[in-house]
Write a protein that binds this ligand. Structure first.
Ligand SMILES: [Zn+2]
Length: 121
């Protein structure tokens, strides 16, 4: 479990236990109820909106200052700013949300395993 392994896991989310089964349902970021390979109860995670909140902070503190810098440097028309930052924000969410959620799910499983605790249902 190195940092490289964790980064690869986040970029290609899989079951945090066997690393073979799918973590998400197809075309969503909803975690599957059970791993198709090892039957781990992945649907019992308890991360709520944690990944979305992290992304809100990260993207707000990066996109808003960048839009101000662009406005001060070249002052593009407002419609261009709207199109640009909407596209940048949407693309960033599409790339970062699955990875962030996978990382949080992986950390939850790792610490449950380390503590020797089992999830109660
Ligand atoms: Zn599995």
């Amino acid at each position: 479990m190195s940092l490289i392994d964790d980064l690869v896991f986040c970029l290609k989310p899989r079951c945090p236990l066997c690393r073979k089964g799918r973590l998400y349902r197809p075309w969503t970021v909803s975690v599957v109820e059970k791993c198709a390979v090892c039957d781990a109860p992945l649907g019992q995670h308890d991360i709520g909106d944690g990944a979305a909140v992290f992304l809100i902070f990260i993207l707000c503190f990066s996109i808003v200052p960048l839009s101000w810098v662009l406005e001060l440097m070249i002052s593009p028309p407002l419609w261009a700013q709207v199109l640009l930052w909407t596209a940048v924000g949407t693309l960033a969410i599409a790339v970062m949300l699955p990875a962030t959620k996978a990382y949080i799910v992986m950390l939850e499983w790792r610490h449950l395993k380390k503590d020797g605790a089992e999830k109660a249902d």
